[in-house]
Design a protein around this ligand. Structure first.
Ligand code: ZN
Length: 390
């Protein structure tokens, strides 16, 4: 593997290291390492950080990622933009968030992202970006840096997201599906550190998953691997129509949109006085209302959460048999539904999957929560800048 990439990723994960420590860990001859370090200094990627603590004999020099390295991490959701500027080790130096409607199209949304980035430059958070990583809520051709037939991103099909941002900011850009990006974030600095075979499931307004094999994302032929929201869970022609136009999809039965719809129906039919009270008060119900009514003891709300968890669990049980992950992480906005959701998913997966596959399979909530997207986007940006594709 490329020595420069290995040096940079070791410094990213460990902080400053001495030349002697780098030579030990990389198991490369010292003269070769010193030559590569010289090239990295010239390229502005690493700098010297003074003498290391003595190990006896001559002191070795500490090497660090150059303090001027800056990555921009962008998490673009259906209704929000979140941005972090990080240093070379992915520590955040600035952040901003604002509502945005993905349906207003790529010119408006990417234009706004560029304005926000330029404002952060004006505030002194960077002078030059080394790379930008961006996650978008739809399937992406990773190689081309374009969304491909994204169901909720009207007007974005094959729009050159990567090339547009690269031209506007004069740096390399990497674009990926938002759930893949969150899964990378969770492995870099969340609950899945050191987990090699990770299944990350996002339950937000819709449902999707990101799969990692030996720590690398499996994207499939067209970039839509893991799009489990459209797995069929009920016979076609029954039940609600999905955003993709089919019936019977998982996402048509659970996720923020489906839950708000079912909660409204439960309120209007008189099945849940608690939800009816909130609907009368606010005029609209969201998944958050279901979460709060469920924790307040409303049976209908608890049952809505359990029924959704049950359906997700059934799909995950199939995936466990197929990919044999070493951990499942549940993330996304609906993790606010808390333990009843997790308990139901666990119970179905442990019951339905083969004992060999679940014997040592933790199913846990995301540790990074709403930051998973920006952490993963910063990680992808650094992989691109440091010379390795994820
Ligand atoms: Zn669908």
């Amino acid at each position: 593997m490329n020595i420069q990439y290995r040096v940079l990723s070791l410094l990213r994960e460990n902080g400053p290291l001495s030349r002697a420590q780098l030579a030990d860990r990389l198991e490369v001859p010292r003269p070769r390492l010193l030559g590569e370090l010289d090239r990295l200094v010239v390229a502005g990627r690493v700098s010297e950080a003074g003498p290391a603590a003595s190990r006896g004999g001559r002191r070795s020099t500490l090497v660090q990622l150059d303090p001027g390295i800056r990555f921009a991490a962008v998490d673009l959701g259906a209704s929000s933009i979140d941005i972090e500027i990080t240093d070379g080790a992915l520590a955040p130096v600035a952040s901003c968030s604002e509502p945005a409607d993905i349906r207003s199209g790529p010119d408006a949304v990417l234009g706004r992202i560029s304005e926000l980035l330029h404002a952060m430059a004006d505030e002194g958070h960077y002078t030059r970006l080394d790379a930008i990583g961006i996650g978008v809520p739809g399937p992406v051709s990773f190689r081309e840096g374009v969304p491909v037939s994204p169901p909720i991103m009207v007007g974005w099909n094959r729009f050159p997201v990567r090339d547009t941002l690269a031209k506007a900011h004069g740096c390399p850009v990497v674009v990926d599906n938002d759930v893949n990006v969150m899964s990378l974030g969770e492995r870099h600095s969340g609950v899945a550190r050191t987990v090699d075979h990770l299944l990350f499931v996002k339950i937000g307004s819709g449902i999707g998953s990101g799969m990692q094999h030996h720590g690398r994302i499996y994207r499939g032929a067209e970039g839509c691997a893991g799009d489990i929201g459209h797995v069929q869970v009920e016979a076609e022609s029954e039940g609600p129509v999905c955003s993709c136009g089919n019936t019977g999809c998982l996402e048509a039965y659970f996720g923020g949109v489906a839950l708000a719809r079912d909660a409204t129906e439960a309120a209007e039919s008189g099945r849940s006085p608690a939800l009816a009270g909130r609907l009368a008060e606010r005029g609209v119900l969201t998944a958050q209302d279901v979460a709060e009514c469920a924790s307040g003891g409303d049976n209908t709300s608890v049952n809505l959460v359990r029924a959704g968890g049950h359906r997700v669990g059934q799909v995950l049980a199939t995936l466990v048999s197929f990919m044999n992950p070493s951990m499942i992480v549940i993330g996304g906005g609906l993790t606010g539904l808390g333990y009843p959701l997790l308990a139901e998913i666990r119970s179905v997966v442990y019951k339905r999957s083969l004992p060999l596959a679940t014997g040592n399979l933790p199913i846990v909530m995301s540790e990074l929560g709403p930051r998973a997207g920006v952490v993963g986007a910063a990680f992808l940006a650094s992989e691109l800048a440091y010379g390795e594709e994820s």
